[in-house]
Design a protein around this ligand. Structure first.
Ligand SMILES: [Zn+2]
Ligand SMILES: [Zn+2]
Length: 77
């Protein structure tokens, strides 16, 4: 099981509708997945209830377990 920790303060992030939220930093994060083969950002697909990722550079599906994920701060408008 992967823990979702804040890249700023290492405390556990809380899931909120559209993304992750750090109560301590008052910042929202979104999870971005990168291709394990070419390191490009991948598109998240939800098929059959299981999340998987598609790399437009490799032009193929990548399994969630191989994806490298990173939390990226969301800018509020
Ligand atoms: Zn934090
Ligand atoms: Zn790729």
């Amino acid at each position: 099981m992967q823990t979702n920790e804040c890249p700023k303060c290492q405390s556990e992030l809380r899931w909120q509708r559209e993304g992750y939220h750090c109560d301590f930093c008052q910042v929202d994060f979104t999870k971005v997945a990168y291709c394990p083969d070419c390191n490009k950002e991948m598109e998240k697909l939800n098929a059959c209830g299981a999340a998987s990722y598609f790399c437009h550079d490799c032009n193929e599906l990548k399994s969630k377990s191989r994806a490298k994920t990173n939390f990226v701060e969301m800018r509020s408008n």
